[in-house]
Design a protein around this ligand. Structure first.
Ligand code: ATP
Ligand code: MG
Length: 252
């Protein structure tokens, strides 16, 4: 049986008004269907609109036109409160800069999203958070202040935090951007594995072609629209758009 798509984007558009009163058309008609268990990568040069797209998928920003269906629901029809509830319950975010609370322990950071849910009593939330920390290989660092952890460990805590509520959609914006190559690969492999285990959809935004190659489907965002790319051929597609380098090429 083919399940209904988790995300359906039809001619999705986003434009903003510049101070000059001109309109900047960032996304000019995005069509994309994503099912649970899928892993989609979006690559594109800086300024191509990747974060703008992710903010629409994450129900953070509003589209200017077109349709965005989340589990069959047209999100433009939802009020702010319902959008926030859907976001909290169903979407997990992983950012380039981890965005952990420095003064809190790894465990407290992972427990944070559970505060707003109905996960029940403290001990239950703590148990769920400890299980997730264990899953990312950090069971023994639970009580460590997050600021004292290495970058790779912090990103694993951030992955645990993003996944602790078992979101159906995981959005990762340059999740390996602040990590060295092998740590980044380990974090991506972990994200991919946990997403797959829980049948969540993973959308990864990256500059790095090696990271994109870990996805099942990859797209190039260029001139406001998505273009199918085969991840093996991704390098050619990317180098054809001006100014874009893979993370690895950029440092070497
Ligand atoms: N609210 C806004 N107001 C004005 N311009 C905006 C706004 N949001 C995004 N932009 C512009 O739209 C373009 C796309 O921005 P976006 O952050 O989506 O790019 P990106 O692909 O994520 O780039 P990077 O790889 O550098 O993170 C940029 O030129 C940016 O300056
Ligand atoms: Mg960005």
């Amino acid at each position: 049986m083919v399940s209904a798509p988790l995300l359906e984007l039809r001619d999705l558009r986003r434009s903003v008004h510049l101070p000059s009163r001109e309109e900047l058309h960032i996304l000019r008609g995005i069509d994309l269907t994503v099912h649970g268990g899928d892993h989609v990568a979006v690559v594109g040069r800086s300024g191509s609109g990747k974060t703008t797209l992710l903010n629409l998928l994450g129900l953070i920003d509003h589209q200017s036109g077109g349709e965005l269906l989340f589990d069959g629901v047209d999100v433009s029809r939802l009020g702010e409160r319902r959008r926030a509830r859907l976001r909290g319950a169903s979407i997990g975010f992983v950012f380039q800069q981890f965005n952990l609370l420095d003064g809190r322990t790894a465990l407290e950071n992972v427990m944070m999203p559970l505060m707003y849910g109905s996960a029940g009593q403290f001990w239950r939330r703590e148990k769920l958070a400890r299980e997730m920390l264990d899953r990312v290989g950090l069971a023994d660092r639970a009580q460590q202040l997050s600021a004292r952890l290495s970058g790779g460990e912090q990103q694993r805590v951030a992955v645990a935090r993003a996944l602790v509520r078992r979101p159906r959609l995981i959005l990762a914006d340059e999740p390996t951007g602040a990590l060295d190559v092998s740590t980044g690969e380990a974090v991506m492999a972990l994200l991919d594995e946990i997403a797959r285990d829980s049948d969540a959809a993973l959308v990864t935004i990256t500059h790095d072609l090696q990271v994109a190659a870990l996805s099942r489907r990859a797209f190039l965002l260029d001139e406001g629209t998505l273009h199918d790319i085969d991840t093996d051929g991704a390098r050619d597609a990317l180098t054809a758009t001006a100014g874009l380098r893979s993370g690895r090429e950029a440092v070497s």
